[in-house]
Design a protein around this ligand. Structure first.
Ligand code: FES
Ligand code: FES
Length: 160
């Protein structure tokens, strides 16, 4: 076991973890943060995306021990986040989910694209979502929802 200290969704956390425990399993099984989903568990589907020190990362590929002194944000962190609120509203309005399995990670990736002003065109959004697989929607409504949220937030003009 290795002792780690990290910040998760704004709270300081200390724990002892086995060396091969992934960040995804640590979040889901030790912290009960089950909004982080697991699909492929080898870095392909993007369902496990969280923010590590503010940047999207695949939590199935990271070991919990590697997160010592890091700052982790999961989908549960964004209830009051204005960008996430706009995204949630537009995902709802534009029917951008079916089963919802990919949705938490899609929202985290989409928020990152909007904040980096990389959601200015359909091509840019589709490129930005290349690492997030959705087996249900065909992506069109997801792209529409993200474009609408970016427009609402006034971030799409930077790349127009
Ligand atoms: S579960 Fe991590 S990329 Fe698929
Ligand atoms: S909504 Fe089902 S996988 Fe995306």
């Amino acid at each position: 076991m290795t002792a780690i200290r990290l910040q998760i969704n704004g709270a300081d956390v200390a724990d002892d973890v086995p060396p091969r425990l992934s960040l995804a399993d640590f979040l889901r099984e030790r912290r009960n943060l089950t909004g982080t989903h697991l699909g492929c568990e080898h870095g392909v589907c993007g369902a496990c995306t969280v923010l590590v020190d503010g940047a999207p990362a695949r939590s199935c590929l990271m070991l919990a021990v590697a997160c010592d002194e890091r700052r982790i944000q999961t989908i549960e962190a964004f209830a009051d986040d204005p960008v996430m609120q706009a995204l949630r509203r537009n995902f709802h309005q534009h029917h951008a989910l079916q089963c919802g399995y990919c949705t938490p990670a899609m929202l985290i990736t989409a928020r990152d694209l909007i904040l980096r002003r990389r959601a200015g065109s359909e091509r840019e959004i589709r490129d930005g979502l290349a690492g997030n697989i959705c087996r249900c929607t065909g992506y069109t409504n997801i792209v529409t929802a993200i474009a609408a949220a970016a427009k609402e937030l006034g971030t799409e003009a930077a790349n127009a």
